[in-house]
Design a protein around this ligand. Structure first.
Ligand code: 13P
Ligand code: SF4
Length: 309
């Protein structure tokens, strides 16, 4: 099937099966264009909690599908490619994290949404990069907190909240790859541009940023700013929506280290394609399945996050 046939078939199947297609901002442009809803991790969870569709196709990575399934257990949740993992979630195996939590029994456990359902089941409250500061600010000032798995986001949240959270030593292989050296060069070439960065980036890069925020916050910043040019340090999929919302502004992706490529892409996010989206709608597979014992534990910290957001 060519692209226009695929799009036609996806739209037909979607209606026939009362399906909602949700996509993260890091998906390829053609998937974002066909989705009913596109957003950041928080928005995807909020939509999944209240959708009236029978089937959710989550075009994103595995943990995003799991979060949707945890919140909507009676719906079928499909992800076009189940191999779409996340290096940050992988950097926090549930068994090791459980040991860490047990070693610090007097701590409240806060985890970033980029984790497996099994890690969420060990968590008191989940956060995303959109609401992390707001949620941590609501916890008592003297509360001892474990934060996992992202050490860069954890360090950043410590710096903006004045906390001293105990950090799990995990990271995202995409956001850690941005080159400060190439960014310095780009900024010299485009002194009029604002540098905007996701808090999963390393500290030396964040220190150069004019604005730090989640994918949604970065997008909002580009819409509301008087500036016309932005150097963007997050996965380059977000440039698609930034350009759509700001057709007259210029967006330049910050390149990774060790590559001749100008963009920094998440190989996991890019596993989903229009063809796989079509096949997953047609076959209603691959489906996210979660053990009920894990799900009932994992849903509590996610609902707490939604209440505190
Ligand atoms: P957002 O919550 O900002 O969309 O981030 C998700 C993610 O995977 C970042 O790498
Ligand atoms: Fe995970 Fe990083 Fe990809 Fe986001 S960009 S899904 S944190 S590997």
């Amino acid at each position: 099937m060519d692209k226009s046939e695929l799009i036609k078939e996806i739209n037909r199947l979607k209606k026939e099966k009362n399906t909602v297609i949700m996509a993260h901002y890091y998906q390829m442009g053609d998937i974002q264009d066909i989705a009913d809803q596109i957003g950041d991790s928080l928005a995807l969870a909020q939509w999944a909690a209240k959708t009236e569709a029978d089937i959710i196709v989550l075009c994103g990575v595995h943990f995003m599908g799991e979060t949707a399934k945890i919140l909507s257990p009676h719906k079928k949740v499909l992800v076009p490619d189940l191999e779409a993992g996340c290096s940050l979630a992988d950097s926090c195996p549930a068994d090791d994290f459980e040991k860490f939590v047990k070693e610090h029994p007097d701590h409240t456990v806060v985890t970033y949404v980029n984790t497996t359902a099994a890690v969420k089941a060990l968590t008191d409250v989940v956060v995303t990069s959109t609401n992390a500061k707001k949620i941590i600010d609501q916890l008592p000032k003297d509360e001892k907190i474990i934060f996992g798995p992202d050490r860069n986001l954890g360090n950043y949240i410590n710096s903006v909240t004045g906390r001293n959270m105990l950090l799990w030593d995990g990271a995202c292989h995409v956001h850690e790859q941005f080159s400060v050296e190439k960014l310095v060069k780009l900024k010299a070439e485009h002194p009029d541009a604002d540098i905007i960065a996701h808090p999963e980036c390393k500290k030396p890069l964040l220190l150069m940023a004019d604005f730090i925020g989640s994918t949604q916050a970065l997008l909002n910043y580009t819409i509301n700013s008087d500036k016309n040019k932005f150097l963007v340090a997050t996965e380059s999929g977000i440039l698609h929506e930034m350009q759509k919302k700001n057709p007259d502004k210029t967006f330049i992706p910050v390149p990774p280290n060790d590559s001749t490529c100008a963009c920094n892409e998440c190989n996991f996010m890019r596993l989903n394609t229009l063809e796989k989206l079509y096949l997953c709608l047609k076959n209603e597979s691959p489906e996210i399945i979660i053990e009920e014992a894990i799900r009932v534990k994992a849903v509590k910290p996610i609902l707490r996050m939604l209440e505190m957001s």
